[in-house]
Design a protein around this ligand. Structure first.
Ligand SMILES: [Zn+2]
Length: 685
């Protein structure tokens, strides 16, 4: 208990948004009108949803009790916390760590704030208040705030916003401030955020300085700050930073001449220079052309995810068709060509933690940074709200249960930065990273999962995720209680009780996951080896419903609802063999296993025969795999056990071997060793 110990000790080192019409280009300055006008669905608040299932609830608790404490302890140990006291002049000393260090503190405050909304904790709040006092004390009179520059190089403030992370840190401050204000009603951190935003607004913008940050984040955060304060200047500044991408930077807007910027008349002198050029050419910072002309996802995947999120916010707020089209095309590019089976995005192709070429998805060279999954999840949530279509939640769910969740150990205090689809003896989660972008994104993600579970519009309710628990949703200013009972993702049965305040006609829209159809994702990047004949059953008050209309990926049940009405869904959960698009070279003649939204993997500890080198070519039959729930394994998982016949390799043709697959997210929680999601199979497949 980091903060609980700390508050006992006097040394406390804190001490230590398809709407093709232009409704309004700039949102109203009235805070009440800051609800995005042009998105189909509205989100729910975290504190409207109580998750009490056996899958997420324990993880949210572990994140709160262990992950959050661990993060605060690491931030103290690495000097992130004391940097604020030093910048405030409260204690002597040099800045410790990188120019991104402040952002890690802000992300943990944001995660802690969301945690307080579902689990009040006065000691934690007291600790955060003191930390916020130090952050406020570190802020300079003109509003500037970056402990790195204040302490190390004050003369270089805002000198290189493309390389430095001042705006990235500011963005995470704005998100933390909005969250802490929402959670506690306390304005101190929000005031710091407003003062810094005003400072930035005084330097950058039309008629001022035309420049954009190299690492996006501030754009989506300024829109959050606008929603918290009602101050439309922040929305306008966010849109400025978006609209200025793809132009030459300076004192006025100048067209971006790509031939000028990327004119390399001499060959690269060294590896570093070669990599730098590749990065620029690849649009590492998504600054290679105006955002509304960007139709292909390129560059650093975390930066891209935050950028696309902000672009979706602008589309939602303004209905701008250019923004709308850009995010729609970018999403198609990612989901149809550049995403791993695990929902992970980003490869190491260009040495840049970014999107690779179409269909270039190497399993061992996957980057799939935990932060990129967080960004992709945030973006897909916004896309769901913008379009009102369930397919975005398919992507969100796949990433959440697989690529994101593998980023943290079952214990909540060990992390992967990269989430590769193969592993080796050397693969180890780490207790922290420097900078700690990934662990801090883990800390802030768990308490936000409640937000993704539901959405509303004025016609009804939308059930996106299947998680046991209860929620109170607002429908046209009336409350509807929803109670879900399910053992998802291990069991496909979901029981939903609908309890409106009084009898009322509306729709309950239940997402029909993509994985119940012919593949785990919209598009043709991955498909099941065999089509399933199993039907989804939908019942109402004990009677099977027929001809339930499917609208935008949701089974839409419209009727007059009354207290005690119950929907029963049953999603068949057969074991599925998954094949990749023929253009994905790394997965050619390979097969993976899924059951529901869960991607499986094979670990050496369970499959010694499989990992003899070279890996044998196997003949797989999905009928040979049986799901078994193991309560005492990996905090309770459904494993898949089966047999396969060796087709070639090691002179053992025809030999039958036993295989055991565990959920991908749970790998590397027992002992180090090899791991594979895709295994070599019959090339005829
Ligand atoms: Zn990261």
């Amino acid at each position: 208990m980091f903060y609980k110990e700390s508050v006992m000790q006097p040394k406390l080192s804190l001490f230590s948004i398809l709407i093709l019409m232009h409704i309004q280009p700039t949102p109203s300055a009235d805070a009440k009108d800051s609800t995005p006008a042009c998105q189909k669905l509205q989100p729910v608040n975290i504190n409207q949803v109580l998750i009490s299932d056996d899958f997420w609830a324990p993880r949210i608790r572990v994140n709160r009790e262990t992950g959050l404490q661990h993060a605060l302890g690491q931030l103290d140990e690495h000097g992130n916390l004391s940097n604020f006291a030093k910048a405030a002049g409260m204690i002597p000393g040099w800045h410790r760590g990188s120019h991104a260090y402040d952002s890690d503190v802000y992300k943990v405050i944001e995660g802690a704030a969301y945690s307080l909304m579902i689990h009040p904790d006065q000691q934690l709040e007291n600790f955060l208040d003191k930390l916020i006092d130090n952050i406020a004390a570190a802020q300079q009179d003109d509003g500037y705030l970056s402990t790195s520059f204040i302490l190390e190089k004050p003369e270089e403030k805002w000198q290189n916003v493309r390389r430095e992370h001042e705006m990235y840190c500011a963005g995470h401050l704005f998100e933390a401030a909005a969250a802490y204000y929402e959670a506690t009603g306390k304005r101190k951190l929000l005031n710091v955020a407003v003062k810094l935003a005003d400072h930035i607004d005084s330097i950058f913008g039309p008629g001022k300085r035309y420049d954009v940050p190299g690492h996006e984040e501030i754009e989506l955060a300024l829109i959050k700050l606008y929603r918290s304060t009602g101050e439309s200047r922040y929305f306008n500044l966010a849109k400025f930073f978006l609209d200025e991408r793809g132009y030459a930077h300076g004192e006025e807007r100048k067209p971006f001449d790509s031939s000028g910027l990327i004119r390399f008349s001499t060959p690269p002198q060294n590896r570093e220079e070669r990599i730098r050029r590749i990065m620029v050419r690849n649009g590492r910072m998504q600054d290679h052309r105006p955002v509304i002309e960007q139709t292909e996802a390129v560059g650093h995947a975390v930066r891209a995810g935050y950028l696309f999120s902000a672009m979706t916010d602008v589309a939602a707020a303004t209905g701008d068709p250019d923004y709308f089209n850009a995010v729609t095309l970018l999403w198609k590019d990612v989901v149809q060509k550049k995403i791993y089976l695990t929902g992970g995005v980003g490869t190491a192709q260009y040495y840049d933690e970014g999107f690779g070429d179409p269909y270039l998805l190497p399993n061992d060279k996957a980057y799939s940074e935990t932060c990129a999954q967080a960004a992709n999840i945030f973006w897909n949530h916004r896309m769901n709200l913008l379009h009102g279509h369930a397919k975005y939640i398919d992507v969100l769910e796949l990433s959440l249960y697989n690529a994101f969740l593998s980023g943290v150990s079952l214990s909540g205090d060990r992390f992967f930065y990269r989430n590769t689809l193969t592993g080796s003896e050397r693969s180890r989660r780490q207790e922290w990273f420097d900078p700690a972008c990934c662990p801090t994104n883990v800390v802030r993600m768990f308490p936000q999962i409640a937000r993704f579970a539901y959405a509303v519009d004025d016609q009804g309710l939308y059930i996106n995720l299947f998680v046991a628990g209860s929620s109170k949703l607002d429908l046209n200013n009336r409350s509807v209680k929803l109670t879900q009972e399910t053992n998802y993702p291990w069991d496909g049965r979901v029981r939903i009780s609908v309890d409106p305040e009084r009898e009322e006609s509306f729709s309950v829209n239940v997402r029909i996951p993509s994985w119940t159809q012919n593949g785990p994702l919209p598009g043709d990047l991955y498909r099941y080896a065999k089509e399933s004949a199993a039907q989804i059953g939908i019942g109402l008050n004990g009677h099977l419903l027929s001809d339930v209309p499917l609208k935008n990926g949701y089974a839409s049940i419209k009727r007059t609802w009354k207290k005690g009405d119950t929907i029963e869904m049953e999603f068949p959960l057969p074991v599925r063999l998954v094949l990749a698009h023929a253009k994905i070279e790394a997965d050619r003649n390979h097969t993976a296993l899924m059951r529901g939204p869960i991607v499986y993997c094979f670990e050496q500890i369970d499959n010694q025969d499989l990992f003899l080198s070279p890996m044998s070519e196997l003949q797989l039959d999905e009928a040979s795999f049986r799901p078994e729930f193991r309560e005492n394994l990996l905090d309770g998982v459904v494993i898949l056990r089966g047999t396969a016949r060796i087709k070639s390799g090691r002179n053992e043709e025809g030999k039958e071997i036993e295989l055991q697959a565990v959920p991908y997210y749970s790998w590397n929680n027992r002992e180090p060793g090899a791991m594979a999601v895709w295994i070599r199979t019959d090339p005829q497949r």
